[in-house]
Design a protein around this ligand. Structure first.
Ligand SMILES: [Ca+2]
Ligand SMILES: [Ca+2]
Length: 141
């Protein structure tokens, strides 16, 4: 199975609000103001997060959604939206990361990440593949 790792870096402000910690990190070891780096692995799914209707193609509407994130200096988790995310840097970031956010995976869409999705848009589709930078390759299978 293909996995990509996610590195979460954040500063502890309020210890009781941390919902999840890796097994080797104990709540008692945390102090307010300390930095925490957590690395998590996520399975690459056959359907890219940007592909809202799951047809293996990135439509203009689907591309524009990620451009919105690119223009918003970040995005965060949001239940009930078309893709499970909302633009803007402030908000919950504990859901599965967006597949376009891979280099680096930092809850922001950079130009390189946007260009990758534009490549899928221009290629008529994408598919999950091994050994690519983001776990996907251009063109339908
Ligand atoms: Ca689509
Ligand atoms: Ca990113």
């Amino acid at each position: 199975m293909l996995y990509h790792s996610l590195i979460i870096k954040y500063i502890v402000f309020d210890i009781p609000n941390i919902l999840w910690l890796p097994e080797n990190v104990h709540r008692g070891q945390l102090h307010k103001g300390m930095g925490v780096v957590i690395e998590v692995e996520w399975e690459i799914l056959p359907i890219h997060s940007a592909d809202q209707n799951g047809d293996g193609k990135i439509s203009l509407v689907e591309l524009l959604r990620v451009i919105q994130f690119f223009n918003s200096a970040g995005f965060h988790c949001a239940d009930g939206t078309e893709d499970g995310y909302n633009p803007g840097p402030n908000g919950e970031k504990t859901c599965r990361p967006h597949a376009s956010d891979y280099n680096p995976r930092n809850w922001e869409i950079g130009l390189t990440e946007l260009l990758r999705l534009i490549q899928f848009f221009n290629s008529g589709g994408y598919h999950k593949c091994e050994d690519s930078e983001d776990g996907y390759c251009p063109s339908l299978i």
